[in-house]
Design a protein around this ligand. Structure first.
Ligand code: PLP
Length: 415
């Protein structure tokens, strides 16, 4: 892989696009972001026409791989009839019904565009319902990049004042956060016990710590949150932007048997198009008819909702999750084996994996350790990975992809 075209494209892009790439997080890719001209199944082709096995898979959304024909034909039908209409259309309820069928705890949903926006809507519903202001979240859990939830906290920094994650953020709104530690049940119970004094409206939790180490919840953590929320009148919001429709059809709520009050979905829901949703109890969601603002020009646009409906129909087939699990297990055993050693290894929950160095440290969207050393070599051999060691599998990946990746790794990192 020459990578020349991507290097030149990045230089050119930097002259017209701030940072040279559409999201600051992507700029962390070393030696530079790959510039792609085509993506199909589990592969992308760069501007030179060189092919890569894609383990980034859009940073998570593409459970079915790139360009699933069933999703594309629904989208192409929709684009021929309308694009954005600014009023009601049948796909609003057809897609909503398809989502709610997969998420049995939800009575209704609200459409938004991105996970970041939908988290904001969910928190607004929780504040309106409780009359309280603050949100309990967990250190190093990512919930999008809006000011009020993006805190630059270290792993062990429970119950400390939240700090901005970067320059230019409003430090003022961070006072809305109370920060717990993922899987720290006594701390969560104590903070929830102080909900009235601390003015806590909601618990916001990524049920698998999916952006910093792929850590599963301990059996009693999620149930302690549920019980504590019930006892102290707090709204439990599950952020299923990563886990939704990936970890199981019904997401982490299904996998861990949890009934949240509200859940936020994005990524996998729309099969590669832009749409998110807040799903939840009717009394909470219906507050949008009683003074809670929820808006967005492109909310529920027909093109994205055609993708949502089609994706949901495909994901209703249990075989999808069998294939996804098989592909992920094959990757884990072949590639994990090639990488295992004193330097660290992969953690896996379903089709979500992350390489975690021996000291357990992972950058929240950052690069580190042995992984960082391997990334450029893997890219040069035709394997595209995320800078923070996360790996997203799809139904389109094959055992041959995993075998080839393991061989490349064995050459780059002989044991
Ligand atoms: C758990 C979680 N919540 C929310 C978001 C924000 O979603 P978006 O990037 O669509 O705004 C992300 C994005 O990666 C996420 O991982």
């Amino acid at each position: 892989m020459a990578l020349e075209s991507s290097r030149a494209a990045f230089e050119r892009a930097r002259r017209s696009v701030g940072g040279g790439v559409g999201s600051g997080l992507r700029a962390a890719t070393r030696p530079h972001p790959l510039f792609v001209r085509e993506a199909r199944g589990a592969h992308v082709w760069d501007l030179d026409g060189d092919r890569y096995v894609d383990y980034v898979i859009g940073w998570g959304p593409l459970v079915l791989g790139h360009g699933d024909p069933r999703v594309l034909s629904a989208v192409s039908r929709a684009t021929r009839t309308m694009q954005v209409v600014g009023t009601g259309h049948a796909l609003e309820y057809l897609a909503a019904e398809a989502v709610l069928e997969a998420v049995p705890h939800g009575d209704r949903l609200l459409w938004s565009n991105t996970g970041t926006e939908a988290v904001q809507v969910a928190l607004r519903l929780a504040r309106a319902a409780t009359g309280r202001r603050r949100v309990l979240k967990f250190a190093r859990s990512y919930h999008g990049w809006q000011d009020s939830v993006l805190a630059g906290m270290a792993e062990d920094e429970g119950d400390r004042a939240a700090r901005p994650a970067g320059r230019g953020q409003s430090a003022g709104v961070l006072d809305d956060l109370v920060v717990g530690r993922f899987n720290d049940v006594p701390l969560a119970e104590r903070l929830l016990g102080e909900s009235v004094e601390r003015d806590i409206a909601a618990v916001l939790v990524d049920p698998i710590k999916s952006n910093a180490g792929v850590e599963a919840p301990t059996p009693d953590f999620l149930s302690a949150l549920r019980t504590g929320c019930d006892r102290h009148g707090v709204v439990l919001v599950l952020d299923e932007v990563i886990t939704g429709f990936r970890i199981a059809r019904g997401g982490a709520a299904e996998k861990y048997g949890l009934l949240p009050d509200l859940s936020v979905y994005g990524k996998a829901m729309a099969g590669g198009f832009t749409q998110s949703a807040v799903v939840g109890r009717a009394d909470l969601v219906d507050q949008v008819t009683a003074g809670v603002a929820h808006a967005g020009t492109f909310n529920a646009n027909p093109v994205a909702l055609a993708a949502v409906e089609a994706t949901m129909r495909v994901l209703a087939d249990p075989e999808v999750y069998e294939v996804l699990e098989r592909n992920s297990a094959t990757f884990h055993s072949l590639v994990g084996d090639a990488l295992a050693g004193p330097g660290g290894g992969f953690r896996r929950i379903g089709s979500l994996l992350q390489y975690v160095p021996a000291d357990g440290s992972t950058g929240l969207h950052g690069t580190g350790g042995r992984w960082a050393e391997l990334l450029a070599g893997l890219l040069a051999q035709g394997f595209l990975f995320m800078p923070d060691g996360r790996v997203f599998l799809s139904t389109a990946h094959t055992a041959a992809d995993s075998e080839a990746t393991a061989e490349a790794l064995a050459m780059l990192s002989p044991r």
